[in-house]
Design a binder for this molecule. Structure first.
Ligand SMILES: [Zn+2]
Length: 343
């Protein structure tokens, strides 16, 4: 049994976000708080697929006070044309402050995925998360590197898509209302034949080039493959525009002109003392493993033999968390890294 509590919080620009606290039923969490941060176009439920052991349960039962952050990209919150800069400056520092306030802890740890990772890492590197002492980042952080065919797609298609629609939404595969939505669903059906789940196929169309892009089918159980139908929804074109610029630059680029963020975040030393742990699947075709390796090298340059990098054999992008064997192959690595000394 797990105990759950909800904590709404306001990002510092007033956007209302949500935190969910999950603890083992006995209530003891001697290892302190850890925040889990989801990616784009999903919600914090993405960490709780229908598998025997989720990362949330695994960490709670190990003694962590688990916090699930729904930041402005969450499909449980009102849609907006969000940017990674806004999340970095407004959402994540406010979420961390809220957790510190409620728990009374002096430091917290974080497990962050994809665009939750890029934005959280942006925030940490800009010195906005001094309370976070360990960060486990999956898939991509400061250096988004994608396959050439995906690069061509995002750079060429984003301006065109931006003229036709304010967002992309895998839910259109279930219900589409406009000609543009219907045409995109038709395009996906024409070009994707890897499974019979239209939402699964639309996520591949949305997030890159692959069949599929976000997981390896053999790593998901049937229930999880079915469950994703309701876990992927709207992603704004503002995100694709920022990622397109960042991919061209080979590093995250600020686009919102916020004073607290440098335009080229990786052009100067990061303002964080946190120990960084980079993980990614060796079969990740959404963001290539080189993405995480580059950011690892960036941090290793600043403090040698302190940070870590793990390449997960046989894994892709999100199956690192939702895969049917992730509790055996991946979660022990995450737990072990969270438990290591932070100095
Ligand atoms: Zn599928």
């Amino acid at each position: 049994m797990l105990m759950r509590e909800c904590f709404p919080f306001y990002a510092s620009d007033g956007f209302e976000c949500k935190l969910e606290r999950v603890r083992a039923a006995h209530g003891a969490s001697p290892l302190g708080p850890v925040v889990l941060v989801h990616g784009a176009g999903v919600r914090s439920k993405i960490f709780e697929p229908p598998v025997e052991m989720t990362l949330v349960r695994y960490l709670a039962e190990a003694g962590y006070d688990v916090w699930l952050e729904n930041w402005r990209a969450s499909i449980d919150l009102p849609p907006s044309q969000w940017t990674l800069d806004q999340a970095a400056v407004y959402d994540h520092p406010a979420a961390v402050r809220k957790i510190i306030d409620v728990t009374g802890a002096s430091t917290i740890k974080a497990v962050i995925h994809c665009q939750g990772s890029t934005s959280f890492m942006l925030s940490a590197a800009a010195g906005l998360l001094p309370q976070v002492d360990v960060i486990v980042s999956n898939a991509v952080s400061l250096h988004p590197i994608i396959p050439n065919v995906s690069k061509f797609k995002i750079i060429c298609c984003t301006p065109l898509l931006g003229c036709l629609t304010p967002d992309l939404n895998p839910q259109w595969a279930i219900q589409s209302n406009t000609y543009v939505q219907k045409a995109l669903v038709g395009l996906v059906r024409l070009t994707h034949h890897e499974c019979d789940n239209d939402v699964c196929k639309f996520t591949s169309f949305t997030y890159g080039t692959g069949f599929p892009v976000l997981w390896r089918h053999e790593n998901l159980n049937e229930a999880t493959h079915e469950w994703i139908r309701h876990e992927f929804a709207s992603v704004p074109i503002s995100f694709f525009k920022q990622m397109s610029r960042s991919v061209r630059a080979g590093q995250l680029m600020g686009v919102s002109h916020l004073n607290t963020l440098p335009k080229h975040i990786a052009a100067q030393p990061a303002k964080t003392q946190a120990r960084m742990v980079f993980i990614t699947g060796d079969k990740n075709v959404c963001f290539l493993p080189e993405s995480q390796m580059r950011t690892y090298l960036f941090f290793n340059e600043q403090r040698r033999n302190f940070h870590s990098f793990h390449l997960l054999a046989g894994y892709g992008h999100l199956d690192v968390f939702i895969g049917q064997r992730a509790a055996v192959d991946v979660f022990p690595i995450i737990l072990d890294e969270l438990n290591r000394p932070t100095h």
